[in-house]
Design a protein around this ligand. Sequence first.
Ligand code: FAD
Length: 452
Amino acid sequence: MINGSYYTQVTIIGGGIIGAALLFMLSRYSDIESVTLFEKYDKPASLNSSAKANSQTLHIGDIETNYDLPKSQKVSASSSMVANFITHFGYEGTVGFRGTKMVLAVGSEEIERLRERHERFQALFPYLELWDAQTLSEIEPLLMKERKEPVLALGAKDRITTVDYGRLSETFIDLAAKEKCSVDLNFNTEVTAISKKWGKYLIHTNRGEFLSDMVIVNAGAHSLLLAHEMGYGRHYAMLPIGGSFYFADRALLDSKVYTMQNPKLPFAVVHADPDLTADWKSRFGPTAFAMPKLERYHDIEIRNLFEMLSLDRSVLEVYMDLMKDEEIREYILRNFAHELPGIGSSYFIKEAQKIIPSLRSDDIYYAQGYGGMRPQIIDKKSKRLLLGEAKIDSGEGIIFNMTPSPGASSCLGNAFEDTKRICKRLGKTLYKQKIKKELCDEKEYCYLSRSQ
Ligand SMILES: Cc1cc2nc3c(=O)[nH]c(=O)nc-3n(C[C@H](O)[C@H](O)[C@H](O)COP(=O)(O)OP(=O)(O)OC[C@H]3O[C@@H](n4cnc5c(N)ncnc54)[C@H](O)[C@@H]3O)c2cc1C
């Protein structure tokens, strides 16, 4: 206690996968002595990191054709830490699951693009194989049933493809609590404001005030709100994009099947995934539609929403630019149609039929209670929609992370980067050899340490 306030070296706000991974990284791989976590709900990962909110994919960048080569290099270096954690710490079959995954090219234009991509990415992902129609009908017969167009897939077998990020968050928190570092976990504790006091940060919560040398805000969509309230990141606005899913009535596919990205579309296209929360039934999605919410399945917070949207001229120009393009406009309208109660499935079925042509609209149903919010960031200076994560480092001991997809896959890479910054500022040691041994191979570690 310092003058009546509880004191800690590092405070983490948010107990989703990003906050939990940082807690684990700090407690196991540094000599930081005390870390406090604040989470406003009664358990970790009840929002976007829950297995029902996201697609449970460990994104590597190998079958995600919306990533260019530098992005795939970065994401694979980060996400391989998650795969290594799952394998080395014995969580295969409980937190992470092995399987087959692929990206499916439909029609000659997509096939050509896939072949060209394979050549460019081969050195980074040497394990990927090209599968023709014959091979596909052996691996996943439903992909070929009633199919008229030519297809080609690029895929891999026996990889960690699926992760329960909710369970992974709990695992990180449990392991952190067993380390030497003093870990103070505060659930049902909402951070309402952050101010500066005595050269430290004063964290105001519904359960009292806490002092901290450094603060890392991993509060999902609320990170930008807290940053704005402190005068940081004013050049960013947020576009909250909801993502929903449709279920088939049973497990139709054993593999994760992605489709080729249309280069013009701002968000990743629909894929099919065996769902670990529903006996591996096939789940299709996500859809992508702007939604006036910061948290899916929670009440609208009007004041916060308007602060986040920051609807000034530059933000409106980004919206106008998106709407100007006919293909994007059509995509946005189509995605609204997917949400229409009762008839959404008759629109969505066209997306799903690209994967399973024999599927009919009464074979699928809206996955009520599934889906989440992607806090997509608009950079007001460059008037661009940023499609990945964003970090605001004040340089003064407080960092804010905004983490749309593939944030969960990159959780340990992000934690590594923040731990480096925290150790540097507080004069503490990061146990690099231990990280290399437990979480990375040489190549991944080298990339991570120079790239971020
Ligand atoms: C539809 C969809 C599909 C996706 N699919 C994938 C996928 O397949 N693979 C992948 O890698 N990523 C995927 N993502 C992205 C992934 O879900 C996110 O990157 C990840 O969950 C973000 O984690 P987080 O910890 O930053 O946020 P969250 O999980 O949202 O956690 C933030 C936490 O902060 C807490 N909090 C907020 N404000 C406060 C406050 N003031 N005080 C205290 N606590 C607070 C919240 O209660 C919450 O628990 C998907 C996202 C969506 C929406």
